[in-house]
Ligand binder design. Structure first.
Ligand code: KMH
Ligand code: ZN
Length: 312
């Protein structure tokens, strides 16, 4: 084996809160399916599992900690992956509700969205004539009126409830350049300590678009604001997922894939599982001469508290 250039951490976001069951049979929403796909994704090379819960009967989004507990013990028992619990799981409720699952689970990581914004996927509704479940059509169509609320007070609340109380490290989700400045302000006022982990996000309607120039710009801006005090990863929605992840690898960053962010494995072709996307990006990582980071590599890179401190 040739000498490797560096390590790349793969995060896999298993189901999320945007896509609905009609859009892909592969999107998991039953606890046993979320667990199995997460385990398979970890086996394929994902070091971090970014997790949301769904109602098992109809796949609608859920923030009920019991629904998380329907799949987390099995994932924990079968993988060493870093568990990352979303705090952005609903556009329709309070930050307190969004914090609850992580407060119960005390994971090594949680997502933390770094600004309020439009967050819309209403354009997807017209692609489907019929929906599997009653809630889906309205949920998608109504997203033209959704505001994803993440005020500075909300951000501070997440830090207090999860960072201070549980030693949770955050995946700082930055959907636009302004979110980097929000994070910088929070760091300057002592809310977060280095190294912070930034997820640059592209292609959400309401955030910065999936143009490669924007990735360069986000990275240059982050370098200027944070210097050596940050680690980074890239997530792009839909068809931009793998191309942006590839660009991130070549720039020395980390990557996020998963059915939360894209239902596709290539243009026009649905992915059959989360693991399929992980395996694809893994092949690219290795072909480009890099090595896939293990969960322990990520623990070291981000100074995580350790899996023994997770409450499952
Ligand atoms: N689906 C991503 C664009 C969260 O979980 O905190 C947003 C996300 C939010 O991952
Ligand atoms: Zn998410």
């Amino acid at each position: 084996m040739g000498k490797k250039i560096g390590k790349v951490a793969i995060s896999c976001a298993i189901t999320g809160a945007i896509h609905t069951p009609t859009m892909s049979d592969a999107l998991p929403y039953k606890p046993e399916d979320i667990a199995q796909q997460a385990i398979d994704a970890a086996e394929a090379g994902a070091a971090v599992l970014h997790l949301h819960a769904r109602h098992p009967e109809d796949g609608s989004v859920s923030l009920d900690p019991d629904h998380f507990m329907g799949f987390l013990p099995s994932i924990r028992a079968n993988t060493d992956a870093v568990l990352n619990i979303s705090t952005g799981g609903s556009l329709l409720t309070t930050i307190e509700d969004r914090i609850k699952p992580s407060d119960v689970v005390s994971p090594e990581m949680s997502s933390l969205n770094m600004g309020s914004m439009n967050f819309s996927f209403h354009g997807l509704a017209k692609r489907y004539d019929k929906f599997k479940f009653d809630w889906e059509k309205e949920y998608i169509e109504e997203s033209d009126a959704y505001i994803f609320r993440n005020t500075f007070r909300d951000i501070a609340q997440v830090e207090k409830s999860l960072g201070q109380k549980h030693g949770v490290k955050f995946e700082h989700e930055c959907y636009d350049v302004g979110h980097l400045y929000n994070l910088k302000f929070c760091m300057d006022t002592g809310l977060f300590k280095a190294p912070v982990f930034i997820q640059f996000i592209f292609g959400i309607l309401g955030g910065i678009g999936a143009d490669l120039d924007n990735l360069m710009f986000m990275k240059r801006t982050a370098d200027r604001l944070f210097g050596d005090n940050y680690q980074w990863s890239v997530m792009a929605a839909g068809g931009a997922q793998i191309p942006f992840a590839t660009q991130a690898i070549m720039m020395g960053g980390n990557v996020r894939v998963g059915l939360e962010d894209s239902l596709f494995i290539e243009r026009g072709k649905l992915a059959t599982s989360n693991a399929q996307q992980v395996l694809k990006i893994r092949r690219i990582i290795e072909e480009l001469g890099y090595e896939v980071a293990t969960p322990d590599d990520v623990r070291e890179m981000l100074s995580l508290k350790g899996s023994d401190k997770v409450a499952i």
